[in-house]
Design a protein around this ligand. Sequence first.
Ligand code: SF4
Length: 417
Amino acid sequence: MTQMSGLVEHVTCLGCGCSCDDIVVAVRDGRIAEARGACALGASWFGDGRVPAIARAGGSNVSIDAAIDAAAALLDEARRVLVFLGTDISCETQRAAVEVADTVRGVVDGISSSSVASGILAAQRRGRVSATLGEIRNRADCIVFWGTDPSARYPRYASRYAPEPAGLFLPNGRRSRTIVAVDIGGARGPADADVRLEVPPEQELDTIAALRASVAGRSLGTERFGPALADVARRLAAARYVAIVYDAEPGALPAQPARAESLTALGQGLNAGTRACVTPLRGGGNRIGAEAVLTWQTGYPMTVDFSRGHPRFRPDDGPRALVDAGAIDAALVVGRPLGLPFAIDAVHTVAVGPAASDAACEIAIDTGVAGVHEGGTAFRMDDLPLPLSAPLPGPPVAADIVRTLAQRIGARRARRS
Ligand code: SF4
């Protein structure tokens, strides 16, 4: 529902990967006056809903139609195009962007290749031990926060999912659960944990291996890690349902690249005797949606190359490497052009997305923000798709602009063939 004043219920926040879908947005005079239920991070993500609505090409403001025409010409005539999926766009927009990459035989990528690639590749090698956040809320009686306290970057994780809420099989909420904080150097777990395990960063993988051995009833020199590790291993093996939670996004402290794969192995080992899941915390802006759309459209979750007319997975050739090597001469950035892994002025750039006109690129078309001015679908950190509502009217819808762009590039190519 879009309106100038009133309350809009069940709005989904994309401020972080929790994707809280219980926000009530108060709209006054066409602006967001309040995002009720949102944490401070979410309130800042909603803002007051004002976004620029400009189309620019050749240094001047132009009509949207003219900007799309100019973008179609630039991308059609480029030698090799990179399509980059930014944040705050719906899955519908991401899908249209993949169509552009396919049409121009370019490369399509998103934020994941420069942030969480090691975890994605680990999942391809070893599989996943996944669960929805609802399953964790309802069943996990032992939660291990591995080098992370979600309260900083995922403020409502604890109150919405775990450990605070009562679950179907955990009627007493926090009191029904055992919380284990594993502190990896300065990356600490929650302060109010029931059990703490201090791990020097250089011993992280050895510690996971020792836990795996211990829960399997073997010794891998476990004694040298001290009684705290043996105690944690006992608690994991005795729990009815273990959730191991770690932050997959890059943080202030460098994380061990093999962490995801090692924890997954621990979760798989635990499933021999009880139930366990290993669940990454992920950032917002529908970045998980980009991985899902790329996977269902091309078969691969990131860095997909269409230059041979079919999708190929090129995880070693991310956007920065391609731009630095001079292999790309034009880029289409779809979404909020923040945190790009390459300099926007290093190639001819078209930007389509929220506040695109703030970026120093040749052609820019501002659109609404998914979940504020545009509906559609976004993915939560546990790969659950959620509907987006649009509490405010806004600039043109990103999916419509990108679909039109794909059609015009296709028409130019059809005329030449
Ligand atoms: S926890 Fe995340 S998704 Fe929920 S309101 Fe806060 S920023 Fe938004």
